[in-house]
Each structure stands twice: as C-alpha cells, then as structure tokens.
Design a protein around this ligand. Structure first.
Ligand code: ATP
Length: 306
C-alpha cells in the first residue's frame, strides 16, 4: 500500500474523524496521499502526458526520519513497457511507486515523464497521467457503480458497465441484491478480496491513464479468483506503461522486463528468461522457488539468498 508521507499526514489525521462516519477512511487517506502535497512551482506545464515514458535520473531519497531508500537510482522505462520491480522486503518497491506519483519530492536527481520533470508538471497533468491499483482497494460506502466511476467521474453508466465486463466484475455485480446500485460494505453486500481487487482494476481501466502503477497483492487468492484477476490485468495493462511492485515470483511472466532492487540500486535488469539464467540473485530466488515447489513471497527468499 502507498504510504502517506510528511506533510500529508496532518491533513490526513484531521480527516480521520469525519471520514470515519462515512466508512471511507482508507479511501480518503488514499485521496490525500495521491498525488502529493508538495508545493507547485510558479511555471507549471499543463501539457497532457501522451506516451508515458518514465525516467529516473540519479534519484536519491530518504524518509524524514533519515532512512535512505535510494542512492543514485537510474531507470528508464520506454512508453508501453511493462516492468515488474522485485527486491527484498524494504528494498523500496512501494516507495518508488509513491515517488512516481510525487507523494514526496526526491532528495537528489529527478524523475521525468515524457521528458518533463514531474515537479514542473501541474498536479492535474500528473494525476491524469497515472492510474493506480493499490494492494488493498478501498471502497466508498456508496453504490458499486459510483465506486467504479470514481476512476473517471464524468463516465456514463454504459462506460462503467463496459469496464466492469472487461474486468470480470459485471457478473458478480448483477448477482448482488440491487445490482450496480448495491451499496458496498452494507450487510449482505460484502465483497470477497478478489472481487474488490477486480473493482479496483475496473476503476483504473475506466480512468484510462497512459501510466499504470500496480502494487501487487502479497498473498495468493484461490486459483479461480487469481485467474480472473490475471485476465482483468491483461486488459488493463494493454497499451500502457506499467510499473508494478511484484511481491510474488509467480506473477512475473506478465512483465516485459524485471528490475531487481537492493540497497537503493538496480542490481539486475532484464527479461524474466534473462534473469533466470544470469546466475545472479534473481536466479537463486528462482531456483529456490522451484525446489520448494510453490511460490513463497519474494522477500523471504531474498533474505536467505542474500
Ligand atoms: P515490501 O516488499 O515489504 O512491501 P518495499 O520494497 O515495498 O517492501 P518500502 O515499503 O518502499 O519497501 O520501504 C523501503 C524502506 O523505507 C524500508 O526500510 C521501510 O522501512 C522504509 N519506509 C517506508 N515507508 C516509510 C515511512 N513512511 N517513513 C520512514 N521509513 C519508511
């Protein structure tokens, strides 16, 4: 899950009391945390992001408590490429996704999207450029329709339903007592973890941003639910630049490129096949997974292999 950094915190805390009454605390915190509360420069670019090329140049970043996460991190992601970020727990996968949304400014270096520094872009252009599927989707205590429409508030009902179909939500939504009008979270209408994730995917699909940030779920769902999510994600990822915090080796085949982070740097970078055969940290993780016969979370194995 994305974290609330620095200045967002006071506002977020102030909102908790009010938001509690409506059962939307997590969603409100998400809204507050994204994209950022950093001051905008006077001359801002409102140019819409068309392609979604991402470049991190010598990025350094430390949290307010002094914890250094990145040190001269360099990474260029061409438009349309799908990148899975792998690394031991604490390597900075979630922090990277937060920085791309400018939840906080980098300490050194810069982040560019389509050649434009993100701290020189208006909040609106950055927000519109990026769709986010967090690990745990927070739903408003409102109708399922409104929850999906949150991705693009001016979307028609037909557009919402079209996205729900593509992401395997339509069938279970129609089976709810009041269909798309069902209030989520009320008794009798609680959704499974997999269904909630698919709603988050539908929301991002409706938003239709050129860049998608995905914080993958850490634990596996049942295989049918997993298959539906995979299929929904394939639709969502199509024709977008994707940066995903990958917590499980089992999902890596969906990415064009795997980037292994450790100690604030990129330590391996290549396709899944290349890294499996490279004889580095990644291939050790992969071998361990094969020996164990299942797909334990990446962080645990990484620690053993390090
Ligand atoms: P995981 O796989 O466990 O989710 P990760 O690779 O996503 O880990 P991050 O969550 O980005 O790693 O954390 C990177 C480092 O920054 C860790 O050492 C973490 O403890 C620290 N960190 C994360 N958020 C904060 C914060 N808000 N304040 C201070 N330190 C933080």
């Amino acid at each position: 899950a994305f974290r609330i950094l620095h200045g967002s915190r006071d506002l977020a805390l102030a909102l908790v009391g009010t938001a509690q009454q409506f059962g939307v605390i997590a969603e409100m915190l998400n809204v507050v945390a994204q994209p950022h509360d950093q001051p905008d420069l006077p001359e801002l670019s409102d140019k819409p992001i068309a392609r979604g090329t991402i470049e991190l140049r010598n990025v350094s970043y430390a949290y307010a408590d002094g914890r250094q996460v990145f040190n001269n991190l360099n990474l260029t992601i061409p438009a349309g490429q799908k990148v899975g970020i792998v690394g031991p727990s604490g390597a900075g996968k979630s922090t990277l996704l937060s920085l791309l949304q400018r939840v906080d400014d980098v300490g050194g270096g810069c982040i560019l999207i389509d050649g434009e520094r993100i701290n020189e872009m208006s909040r609106d252009s950055l927000r519109q450029a990026i769709g986010v599927v967090p690990q745990d989707i927070s739903l408003f205590r409102r109708s399922v329709l409104e929850n999906i429409r949150y991705g693009r508030p001016d979307a028609t009902k037909e557009e919402v339903i079209a996205c729900a179909r593509k992401t395997h939500c339509d069938e279970f939504i129609r089976a709810l007592k009041h269909g798309y009008k069902t209030i989520v979270g009320e008794r009798g209408a609680s959704l499974s973890g997999g269904q909630r994730q698919r709603i988050g995917i539908a929301r991002a699909l409706l938003k239709n941003a050129p860049i998608l940030l995905l914080d993958e779920a850490t634990s596996a769902l049942d295989s049918q639910s997993e298959a539906l999510i995979n299929s929904a994600l394939i639709d969502l990822m199509k024709d977008r630049t994707v940066v995903a915090a990958a917590h499980r080796l089992s999902t890596l085949s969906r990415y064009d490129r795997i980037v292994v982070l450790a100690d604030g740097h990129v330590i391996e970078d290549g396709t899944l096949d290349e890294l499996r055969n490279a004889g580095g940290m990644f291939s050790q993780l992969w071998a361990l997974q094969t020996i164990e016969g299942d797909c334990p979370p990446v962080p645990e194995i990484a620690t053993e292999a390090a």
